[in-house]
Design a protein around this ligand. Structure first.
Ligand code: ADP
Length: 166
């Protein structure tokens, strides 16, 4: 049986914290689908295409390393429906702190009610990435701050340029 997990998020932009969860999650399953949420009404700094392309760029090297098939997709429906669409049985989420836990615990409980056969699996953030938050990364970058400790090096310039006010 092929084990598939779905990792949903905004990834606006992808950070080293996300990448840590992707790398560790990919070691647990055969197929990992990264679901980029594109909900109408939720304004993002990076376009859907940019968010997908950034994730694809950083995941290319991981596929071989983790022996997992990693794919990136957009979705704009209910997460649980997107999970079913790709025939995943696991929702992968990252936990940084107590606030993440409170929110994620509630979300997992509601998703369990909606789809009892799907399990949410949490990975706690690696200590060196625990503080990273995509919104704060955008804020720091928009004011010309150094974000090199928070985002993949290969995406640093793209992210910096996009976040600077025009
Ligand atoms: P953010 O909360 O930074 O805007 P997302 O909404 O894209 O990011 O989050 C998608 C998932 O990734 C969530 O499960 C979130 O808890 C997790 N995540 C985000 N940043 C980190 C991090 N630094 N370490 C571990 N998990 C993270």
């Amino acid at each position: 049986m092929i084990r598939t997990a779905f990792y949903p998020g905004s990834f606006d932009p992808v950070t080293l914290g996300h990448l840590d969860i992707i790398t560790r999650g990919a070691k647990l399953v055969d197929r990992l689908i990264i679901g980029v949420g594109t909900h109408p009404g939720k304004v993002s700094t990076f376009s859907d295409t940019e968010r997908v392309e950034m994730l694809e760029a950083v995941c290319t090297g991981l596929i071989e390393k983790c022996q997992c098939d990693i794919e990136v997709e957009t979705y704009n429906n209910l997460t649980i429906d997107a999970v079913n669409d790709v025939k995943a049985t696991i929702i992968l989420r990252g936990l940084r702190n107590g606030s993440d836990f409170d929110y994620e615990n509630q979300l997992a409980g509601m998703n369990k009610e909606l789809a009892p056969d799907i399990e949410t699996v949490f990975l706690t953030s690696s200590p060196k990435y625990r503080h990273i938050n995509a919104t704060l990364v955008r804020q720091i970058a928009s004011m010309g701050g150094d974000i090199s400790a928070f985002v993949p090096a290969s995406l640093l310039e793209v992210i910096k340029q996009k976040c600077l006010p025009t």
